[in-house]
Ligand binder design. Structure first.
Ligand code: NAP
Length: 303
């Protein structure tokens, strides 16, 4: 089967692209590695997606998926290992299968950044986590630390403050990227202690994380905190390994493409967090998905 549009990644960008493609009567296959809905399914509350005053990320992600399914989206689970363009068609390979399409939309999103500290990898799942909503319950009534000053870190702290005895927020500056309203709310929580202008310097623990050493970047003072868990929320890196030898990447490893979502390869479009851009939000991901689908439809009609 030769699909009209093959979408890699079933997050908000990929699903928005699928909805637009299907409504234009195009055949659409979406290949997803893990979970349809993408990163938002880890968000407990989404409060900035127009039309929903408050909705859980899981519910929003599921309804995007249901909407695309009802329109006739075909789906496959698997990790795409290779994309090749031969003559006028794309060949997309997973471990087990090969798919053919006239256009491809890359919507592979991003993954969490690591601290790159010694011992970090050894302690993943043994005290270190990158997803508070996934792993927070393991630390019920315990003492945890969260690193970062963005929306993810602040939301993680708010979530963990309801579960844990004590939460330390460690952030390398004294101002936040996160929404001011969220930070204000966090400051009202009695069991949350802020360590600002501070970075984690050392992770201590053999079989599981026991202590972290943090350093104040202004006065160099070191503090050792006993913790049961550490949640790293310091941002994300684009999932572009798959295409690093195929399309132009920017220095931060996102795909070089402007708002048109066109890459340097004809018929290959890029949408969502994986694209080089300034603002990465749910709304900008779905906007990208919309544009990429319209561009793919236009390409199909003119080639
Ligand atoms: P982010 O906004 O990029 O924030 C990353 C934070 O980690 C920043 O405070 C940054 O510090 C810090 N950081 C980066 N590298 C570090 C390092 N090596 N060591 C210590 N700290 C480090 O990432 P995010 O919070 O994951 O959010 C990603 C995007 O998703 C954002 O656009 C965010 O608004 C959005 N988001 C939205 C919602 C929502 O609206 N409900 C929820 C979650 C995420 P500096 O500030 O000093 O650079």
């Amino acid at each position: 089967m030769l699909y009209d549009i093959l979408i890699i990644g079933g997050g908000p960008a990929g699903l928005a692209a699928a909805i637009y493609g299907l409504r234009a009567n195009k055949s659409v296959l979406v290949i997803e590695k893990q979970n349809f809905g993408g990163q938002i399914i880890e968000s407990k509350n989404v409060v900035n997606y127009p039309g929903f005053k408050e909705i859980s990320g899981m519910e929003l992600g599921s309804s995007m998926y249901e909407q695309a399914k009802e329109l006739g989206m075909e789906e496959k689970y698997g990790e795409v290992l290779e994309i090749k363009k031969e003559a006028s068609k794309f060949i997309v390979k997973t471990k087990k299968e090969e798919f053919y399409s006239q256009t491809v939309i890359l919507a592979t999103g991003s993954k969490t950044k690591m601290l790159d500290l010694e011992n970090e990898r050894n302690l993943i799942g043994k005290g270190i986590s990158y997803c508070a909503t996934c792993d927070g319950a393991f630390f019920k009534d315990g003492v945890v630390a969260v690193i970062g000053g963005g929306n993810t870190a602040i939301e993680d702290c708010l979530y963990l403050a309801n579960l844990c005895q004590k939460v330390y927020l460690i952030h390398r500056r004294d101002t936040f990227r996160a929404e001011a309203k969220k930070v204000e709310l966090l400051k009202t929580k009695k069991n949350v202690e802020f360590y600002l202008d501070s970075v984690v310097e050392k992770l201590i623990g053999k079989d599981s994380l026991e202590e972290i050493v943090i350093q104040n970047v202004k006065n160099n003072k070191k503090t050792t905190l006993k913790v049961d868990g550490l949640f790293v929320a310091i941002g994300r890196v684009a999932n572009t390994t798959l295409v690093e030898n195929l399309i132009n990447l920017a220095s931060d490893r996102t795909v070089e493409a402007d708002d048109s979502t066109k890459t340097n390869i004809e018929g290959l479009f890029v949408a969502g967090d994986v694209r080089q851009k300034k603002i990465r939000q749910l709304t900008t991901a779905t906007a990208d998905g919309t544009i990429a689908a319209m561009m793919a439809i236009n390409f199909l009609e003119n080639n």
